[in-house]
Write a protein that binds this ligand. Structure first.
Ligand code: PMP
Length: 346
């Protein structure tokens, strides 16, 4: 009998089933137990692989997407990379409209995965014709046989996490989870996962991480869209200047806002203290945990799961660049960070 070769048929078979890793030194002194779900273990290095695969396969199943068709999306980078990856394997064209706030590295990555990229100004309103929403909408109208993923307003974004992230977290914690923490951008991750978790145990506390400069927290508390809340900020992929329908505000118990500066330092701290080299919003999520712990959110019995959405390699010219930290005023001098760790041998 021939021995079976152990191999995956393609990279898409590796999406999901990401590991849960206990946090240790970074949460030193906080009550309870903290576990991070490391989404950079997905083959596209972020949580967005899950929604790209789910939404595209649903469109195929419904006969909306046919071979050779074009997939269009607006994205801060991660969703685009995941859609481009799925498109390569399944044979679709991929067009991405991205914000000019996205790092150069992210744009180069999309291009290398075969996508066509439109870079749109970041600080214009969502209804401005130059915004990435409007550019994607226009391209969708112009290109015959195109599908617009529309992650901010697509229920399937929630379903992707309801079907995968939710059951994984529940099973990995053996149903013992007491608190679920996730950043909210489109809201798909937090809403889908929380919906599943609350169906299993309605007492699981769901805590969303928002940015200063975003409307989500105030909308959650008052159901009022306050444009006065909006101003530019640095963190990519977290918070919003509009209310996405892919966010189910009813399953979220509380939002906590985090700053650009503290989130950047916490992302660097994750690498140094936990050996976890992750993205800016991973820093934001752990920063949110620290703040909520100080407010008395957790106790000795708490079993807290936090989603850490993507990999640090995407932020080499930002959070992990000492020059960038200096430019932002997040440190006073290069020496304050770790310039001393690099020794030039002459
Ligand atoms: N972190 C990063 C790096 C992201 O790209 C996103 C997606 N915008 C999020 C967090 C938030 O995830 P979601 O869109 O599911 O709310």
């Amino acid at each position: 009998m021939k021995e079976q070769i152990e191999a995956y048929n393609n990279v898409l078979e590796l999406i999901g089933d990401t590991p849960l890793i206990k946090l240790n030194k970074i949460i030193d002194g906080l009550p309870g137990n903290y576990y991070a779900k490391i989404e950079s273990f997905n083959p596209g290095h972020s949580t967005k692989d899950r929604i790209a695969l789910h939404i595209i396969e649903e469109a195929e199943r419904k006969g909306i997407l046919k071979p050779g068709d074009t997939i269009i999306e607006t994205t801060s980078g991660n969703t685009g990379f995941s859609i481009a990856m799925v498109s390569v394997i399944k044979g679709y064209d991929c067009i991405l409209a991205v914000s000019s706030k996205s790092s150069k590295d992210k744009i180069a990555m999309l291009k290398s995965m075969g996508a066509k990229v439109y870079v749109c100004p970041a600080n214009v309103s969502a209804d401005d014709e130059r915004s990435y929403y409007q550019v994607a909408k226009r391209l969708h109208e112009e290109i015959k046989g195109s599908v617009y993923i529309n992650q901010y307003f697509n229920e399937l974004n929630i379903d992707a996490h309801y079907n995968s992230t939710g059951p994984e977290v529940w099973n990995q914690t053996k149903g013992k989870i007491t608190h679920f923490v996730a950043c909210s951008g489109t809201g798909g991750t937090i809403s889908g996962t929380a919906r599943y978790l609350k169906e299993q145990n309605k007492d699981v506390r769901v805590l969303g991480i928002d940015a200063f400069g975003s409307v989500l927290k105030k909308y959650h508390e008052t159901r009022e869209f306050d444009s006065e809340e909006i101003y530019p900020y640095r963190i990519e992929g977290l918070g919003k200047n509009l209310i996405p329908t892919a966010t189910d505000f009813d399953v979220i118990d509380k939002f906590e806002k985090v700053s650009d500066e503290e989130s950047a330092h916490t992302a660097r701290e994750l690498a140094r203290k936990e050996g976890l080299f992750l993205g800016y919003t991973s820093g934001a999520a752990v920063q949110g945990i620290k703040q909520m712990a100080a407010q008395g959110e957790f106790n000795e019995d708490s079993i807290v799961v936090v989603i850490l959405p993507d990999h640090g390699s995407r932020y080499m010219s930002k959070v992990f660049s000492d020059d960038w930290m200096l430019e932002q005023g997040f440190v006073d001098s290069k020496n304050e960070i770790d310039a001393t760790r690099v020794q030039f041998v002459k």
